[in-house]
Design a protein around this ligand. Structure first.
Ligand SMILES: Nc1ncnc2c1ncn2[C@@H]1O[C@H](COP(=O)(O)OP(=O)(O)OP(=O)(O)O)[C@@H](O)[C@H]1O
Ligand SMILES: [Mg+2]
Length: 250
């Protein structure tokens, strides 16, 4: 079954910036697709449009239903991780943010244990009673992830899931993405993450689809990537162990 159908879709921001031009592609249920491209390519605009938060010209259908006409119906089936976690955190305290997300799932009395489990999965147990505003950007991303871990949508829209995370948490997120059920559309500059977690990649530049194909081919095509301001995934660049005069201070 086709989960996402985007046909001749264009989007121009109210100020006149053309972010997407005549974008067309389909994603089958269960596919894992990386959306890549340089800054300003239109990746975030595309995910927003698929989620129904932006209305452009052309057609977007999720499981055959037009977006954003069926926004209310479809929103329950979507799990959106925003590029900027500030856009999806609404509560003053860390603990409440996770509790509220669980309550949204139609469960008014959420077992405390469940909240602690989610906080522990993203390494925020010690920050449970901290103010959300006091968290670092990476910690806010972790909190946004915790709220998503509470959900089981059919379609995941993940915008820069590894941005701002330390290497340990990034690894955890990669494992988490591996274990997700459903269809995944993932916008990222982390081409190693894309290569590890996705089977297909779509390259956007200046709002247009430039290439669409198997991740293993597209993400290893150095010439194509460089033409569009990207570089090969680090894992393919032959990074060597540092043997220089490193001075350890403790
Ligand atoms: N709220 C906005 N108002 C006006 N123009 C915008 C707005 N958001 C994005 N744009 C413009 O739309 C284009 C696409 O932006 P978008 O954020 O979708 O790119 P992106 O590929 O996600 O970039 P990045 O890699 O930096 O996250 C850019 O030219 C950007 O300047
Ligand atoms: Mg973006």
């Amino acid at each position: 079954m086709t989960a996402v159908e985007v046909r001749h879709f264009s989007y121009v921001y109210p100020g006149g910036a053309r972010a997407l031009s005549n974008v067309t592609f389909c994603v089958e249920e269960g596919e894992r697709v990386a959306i890549i491209g340089p800054n300003g390519a239109g990746k975030t605009t595309l995910l927003f449009s698929i989620s129904g938060l932006l209305k452009g010209e052309g057609t977007i259908r999720l499981w055959g239903l037009d977006q954003p006409k069926h926004f209310q119906e479809l929103r329950r089936d979507l799990g959106f991780l925003f590029q900027d976690p500030e856009d999806q955190l609404f509560f003053p305290w860390v603990y409440d943010e996770v509790a509220a997300e669980l309550q949204k799932n139609g469960n008014p009395s959420v077992p405390e244990e469940k909240i602690w489990t989610l906080l522990s999965r993203v390494g925020l147990t010690e920050k449970a009673h901290a103010a959300v505003s006091s968290l670092s950007p990476g910690e806010k991303k972790r909190l946004a992830l915790a709220t998503l871990l509470a959900r089981h949508p059919r379609l995941w829209l993940l915008d820069e899931p590894s941005a701002g995370l330390d290497p340990g948490m990034r690894r955890t997120v990669i494992e988490w993405i591996h274990n997700l059920q459903g269809t995944i559309l993932l916008a990222t500059h982390d081409l190693d993450l894309a290569l590890e977690t996705c089977t297909r990649a779509i390259l956007l530049d200046q709002g247009e689809v430039v290439a669409d194909g198997p991740a293993s081919e597209l993400l290893t095509n150095e010439e194509l990537l460089e033409e569009h301001g990207l570089t090969l995934p680090l894992s393919l660049q032959g990074v060597k162990n540092g043997k220089g005069p490193l001075q350890r201070l403790n």
